[in-house]
Design a protein. Structure first.
Length: 291
């Protein structure tokens, strides 16, 4: 079942990728049509840790050492699967093999595509859900949380909400407050990720309107805090997860052609081709053909 948007206008439905040969064409269509594509997968569908070590190491690249440092089995699985999904998605968009996609990380841990800044990316995972966002419009942040997570009832609201948000939450039916706060929480996480600020941006300093469409961001007193340069979306995935997306439009427009061979410097593409040992990275043998 594909995740369905339940709040605000959407760029398109969430795209479920259940296998390596999944609905990649829809990802490319959404990115071309809207400048934004958001896809998700279930952990059981993406288990590269089951493959042999050399294959996993080839795809994780610089993340291999970080993967080895993780000691908890569930954390290791989610880490590997989320990076594999992200690299396959980026590879499809850039028209290169996924193992040639290299991730970098900013000071706050925000991932980006090394050597290619025309497509911005964001990543989230929780329990068995993997989430990837891509945009050619500017910056993107995505976040996911279990829909049944108790947040308001545990007193978390006063630590992450503005005074205006708390007033609005109090005005809701008690049975709706946990759900509303989960939505607000994922919107704040997505916006913070898009800004690349991480936990440096206090959640009590900006807000959204619980129980209404996430049309914009508010100041602590409830006054509008952003214009049309930011857009927000909230989805429900299979009734299990709340997913939020924040997109900041840089104002330069998107691009219809995201292939690395079109956008990157020709010398870099030639070097990449030589390193991979072929004329076209897509012609290379898939390192996951036995996975």
């Amino acid at each position: 079942m594909t995740g369905k948007a339940v709040r605000g206008p959407t760029y398109g439905e969430l795209i479920r990728i259940s296998e390596r040969d999944g609905r990649w064409q829809q990802v490319r269509v959404d990115l071309t049509r809207h400048g934004v594509a958001v896809l998700y997968a279930r952990l059981a569908d993406w288990r590269p840790d089951r493959a042999a070590g050399p294959r996993l190491r080839a795809l994780l690249g610089r993340d291999w050492a970080r993967y080895l440092d993780l000691t908890h089995p569930d954390v290791r699985r989610r880490f590997a699967a989320s990076r594999v999904l992200l690299k396959y998605a980026a590879g499809q968009v850039l028209d290169v093999s996924p193992d040639s996609v290299e991730l970098g990380y900013g000071a706050t841990g925000r991932p980006y595509l090394r050597g290619y800044d025309a497509v911005d990316i964001s990543l989230s995972h929780t329990d068995d859900l993997l989430l990837v966002g891509l945009t050619t419009r500017g910056v993107i942040g995505v976040d996911a949380e279990r829909a049944d997570r108790p947040m308001y009832s545990t007193g978390l609201g006063k630590h992450v909400c503005t005074p205006h948000e708390l007033d609005l939450l109090e005005g809701l039916d008690p049975a709706e407050r946990d759900d509303a706060l989960v939505r607000v929480w994922t919107l704040k996480e997505a916006y913070s990720k898009a800004r690349g600020l991480g936990m440096q941006f206090r959640f009590t300093e900006f807000g959204f309107r619980p129980g209404s469409d996430p049309t914009g961001l508010d100041r602590p007193d409830g006054e509008p805090g952003t214009g049309t340069e930011w857009s927000f979306r909230t989805y429900v995935v299979d009734e299990d997860y709340i997913v939020s997306v924040a997109v900041g439009d840089a104002g330069f427009g998107g691009t219809d052609d995201t292939a690395a061979s079109s956008m990157l410097d020709g010398g870099f593409v030639d070097m990449l081709t030589e390193v991979l040992g072929g004329d076209d990275p897509q012609d290379e043998e898939d390192p996951w053909d036995t996975w």
